[in-house]
Each structure stands twice: as structure tokens, then as C-alpha cells.
Ligand binder design. Structure first.
Ligand code: ZN
Ligand code: ZN
Length: 441
């Protein structure tokens, strides 16, 4: 999130501290339901880590002689965080390193309106045996009555398969337009600040944002701090930059419902970010559910937020959550990996996500078969070759490369269907044809 007051997680209260202690961590015994979920999630996490036993667990007798499951390690998921590719302070590599230190096993990278940090994060994650879910947090606008009426900014998280979105050109264009709008919007904010006699240099804003990064409010707040107009970032938001504030400006964000539909069409899972920041969460969740929303954030590092869990349950939506870590440092910020999403919820998420991702991968492969060009092959492995490149082994053929990728992305059951069999045959045929061509050249 572009930081604003309403969104920064509140400091844990005494009550919440108690809750944290009660969670008890990895040693606690699991119910049968949790055990089933844990095993399924663990199996997915371990798909591309066949050589390094991922998370071990063992059966144990409880006090009454009944066997129960005790995982040796917690499966920590981080579903929401940012890097220097948007308004975070850490590079994708540094973020992954920190997440690893904090025990995170699976990290969804969700920069604002860009997926440009994913390849670097994947590369770094390989070193630690971590898994990256390619994601993005999309800035949208919700109009409370049709396309007119009061509007409010809404952030929607999209989670994709390791192979990324289908129709990635369309998604890239969509995100590119938002980023262009953000440049314009940042310029408007800077000119408003100048009129308010709080001069901020445009060059400073773009320098803080970094090369090629669309500037957000947080970057402008940092420029204001550097110029001595405010004492801290919080003050910049509370006085000038808040939604509707004296220096606020809207960009050219897409309509929230359209965005959910696009996430659907591109093979992603759509989750509403920080509903606690919304003025009208009930109406927004209802309308977005109609557009195909899959879930809402309902967990933060200070625990579960019952109001949003209830809203999610009422609309049969997934309940997720993440730290929204930006790497700002300081006591107010929740650390990466600090949000504890129950394993049952993670399992529900994967039950929804995996068929969607499986279809997306099928689509991308079918595209390659239609046009087996190098650029289409690059598209398949644009986020990294997962375990394949670890050994640096040369690939005999595209079909071998794709087969290796598939075995690290999908389980055997997912791959065991007629469509994948046909694709494999086609791939072998294409590789043979290409080899022949290479010889005759
Ligand atoms: Zn965020
Ligand atoms: Zn956000």
C-alpha cells in the first residue's frame, strides 16, 4: 500500500500480545483437519524442492495414547509485501533474504502495479529453498453507484502461478497505464504542494522512487521530509497527502470490478487488500464478489479481524492476510512473515488457486505450441527456471526444459490429464522438428 495512516497496522495492544502467546507456535498439536491441510500445503511447498526435504513432521502419541501430528517447523506464508520496484525500501533480493531470516517459506511478492521484481525475487529465493508466488497489488477506484457517485481507492491483490499470468501482454498494458497515471498524479501532487508553499523538487521525487519506478505518495512524503516540510512520514500523510487531503490527487486507476475480471481472465486469484482501510467495505466486497473476487484480507500481524472474517464468510470468500511490509523500519511496521494465516486458510487458498494456475499454465503452453518461437519460450520461463538453473545443466530441448518446469510447478496428479499428455506429445514433435532444422542449417 502507498502508506497512509488508516492502513498502517496498529501497534499490538495488550490484548493482542496475549493472543500471540497463545498461538504456541510449531509444537502445538494439530487437529485431524489441520493435519490434512498441513500435509497438502507442505506437499505443494515441496514440489520444486525435491532434493531438500522441506518441512518435516512426525507422528507422536499424545497424553491419551492417541497419535497426533506435530510439525517440526511452521509453514510461514507471507501474502503481501513490497520492494523498491514500487514503494518498498528493500530490493527484491534483500526482501527475500529478510523473509528467509524470519522463517518465511512462501512469499507472494505484491508490488504496486508491477511484477518487475518477481524474476529477481525468484532468483534469490532459489538460494534459500523458498517459494515465490508472483503477485501484484493493483490500484483501482470503486464507484459506489455505477460509474458515478462517490469514489474510493481500492487495492486488489492478484496471485499467479510460477509461470505467471496468461495474456500477459494485456495485463502489462493494464498495469503500464496505471503506472503512467501515477506519474501524472505525482506531478499533480507536487504542483499542489508548491501552491501550498511546500516546494518539493520533481527530480528529488523521481530520484527517491528510483529509475523506472512510478512515484507514489510515500516517495513524495520522503521528499517532503528531506525538504524539512514535515517531521516524519506520518505527518506528511496526516496533514497533506491523505485521500482527499489538500495535496491529494487521483491518478487514472481502473474500475475495481474491471480489475477483478481482468485478474480472472489472466489466470490469477483476486483478493481485496486491507478492507479495514475502506469507508464502505460491505458494499465493496458484495460488488466485487459479483465480479469474481476470490478472497479478502482478514488477518494482520496483530491477529484475526473478526469483522472481515464475518464479511468473507457471508460471501463465501477466502480469508487471507499479510504484513504489507515495505521495509521502512521502525516500531510501527509489521515485519515480513509476521502475519499468521492459519494452515486451514492457506489450504483453502491453494484449493482455489491451483486449478486456476493449472489452467493458466495449460493456456501458456498451448500458445507456445501454436507459435514455438524463442520469445514464447522465454515467456514460459520469464520468472525463472525454478530448480532447473540451479544445476546450470544445459537443456537438450525446449520440451525437456518445459517438462522440468512443469514437474516443479504442478503435482503429478495435476499433470496427469489428457490435455497435458497432448501438450507433451506436441512439444516432443516441436523439439524434434527444431533439432532437424538445426542439423540441416
Ligand atoms: Zn501493499
Ligand atoms: Zn495497499
Amino acid at each position: 500500500m502507498m502508506m497512509s495512516d488508516r492502513e498502517s497496522p496498529k501497534k499490538p495492544t495488550l490484548n493482542n500480545k496475549k493472543k500471540k502467546k497463545k498461538r504456541g507456535g510449531a509444537k502445538r498439536k494439530m487437529t485431524l483437519e489441520q493435519t490434512v491441510a498441513y500435509k497438502a500445503v507442505n506437499e505443494w511447498v515441496s514440489l520444486d524442492q525435491s532434493n531438500s526435504a522441506c518441512v518435516d513432521a512426525f507422528l507422536d502419541d499424545d497424553d491419551f495414547g492417541v497419535q497426533c501430528y506435530r510439525p517440526k517447523e511452521k509453514l510461514v506464508f507471507e501474502f503481501h509485501c513490497h520492494t523498491t520496484c514500487s514503494d518498498g525500501f528493500l530490493s527484491p533480493t534483500k526482501l527475500v533474504e529478510r523473509a528467509h531470516q524470519k522463517g518465511v517459506k512462501v512469499l507472494a511478492l505484491t508490488d504496486h502495479d508491477t511484477m518487475s521484481g518477481v524474476p529477481e525475487a525468484m532468483e534469490a529465493a532459489r538460494r534459500f529453498g523458498m517459494k515465490i508466488i508472483p503477485g501484484v497489488e493493483i490500484s483501482t477506484i470503486f464507484y459506489s453507484r455505477g460509474d458515478s457517485g462517490p469514489e474510493e481507492p481500492v487495492h486488489i491483490l492478484a496471485y499467479y502461478s510460477s509461470c505467471g499470468p496468461t495474456k500477459s501482454g494485456a495485463l502489462e498494458k493494464f498495469l503500464g497505464d496505471i503506472r503512467d497515471g501515477r506519474f501524472l498524479r505525482a506531478k499533480n501532487i507536487v504542483s499542489k504542494l508548491n501552491k501550498l508553499k511546500l516546494p518539493v523538487k520533481w527530480e528529488n521525487v523521481t530520484k527517491i522512487a528510483g529509475k523506472g519506478v512510478a512515484p507514489g505518495r510515500l516517495h513524495i512524503a520522503r521528499a517532503m521530509l528531506e525538504a524539512g516540510h514535515v517531521e516524519n512520514l506520518k505527518q506528511a500523510f496526516a496533514r497533506y497527502l491523505y485521500d482527499g487531503g489538500p495535496a491529494y490527487s487521483t491518478g487514472s486507476e481502473p474500475v475495481a470490478e474491471e480489475t477483478v475480471k481482468l485478474i480472472h481472465e489472466t489466470g490469477g486469484v483476486a483478493v481485496l487488500a486491507h478492507p479495514w482501510a475502506l469507508k464502505n467495505p460491505a458494499a465493496i466486497i458484495r460488488r466485487l464478489k459479483d465480479a469474481g473476487l476470490h478472497g479478502v484480507e482478514a488477518y494482520r500481524s496483530d491477529g484475526k479481524l473478526s469483522a472481515y472474517c464475518d464479511l468473507a464468510d457471508a460471501h463465501d470468500l477466502l480469508k487471507l492476510g499479510g504484513s504489507d511490509y515495505h521495509g521502512r523500519g521502525g516500531q510501527q511496521e509489521s515485519d515480513v512473515g509476521s502475519t499468521s494465516v492459519p494452515v486451514l486458510n492457506v489450504h483453502e487458498f491453494l484449493k482455489v488457486a491451483r486449478p486456476i494456475w493449472c489452467n493458466a499454465i495449460l493456456d501458456i503452453l498451448k500458445n507456445y505450441i501454436k507459435d514455438p518461437s524463442d520469445s514464447n519460450l522465454q515467456h514460459i520461463i520469464k520468472f525463472g527456471k525454478t530448480k532447473v538453473s540451479k544445476t546450470n545443466s544445459p537443456f537438450g530441448s525446449p520440451s525437456e526444459l518445459i517438462n522440468q518446469c512443469l514437474s516443479s510447478w504442478l503435482s503429478k496428479e495435476e499433470r496427469d490429464n489428457a490435455e497435458f499428455e497432448t501438450i507433451k506429445l506436441e512439444l516432443t514433435r516441436i523439439s524434434a522438428a527444431q533439432a532437424e532444422l538445426a542439423v540441416s542449417n
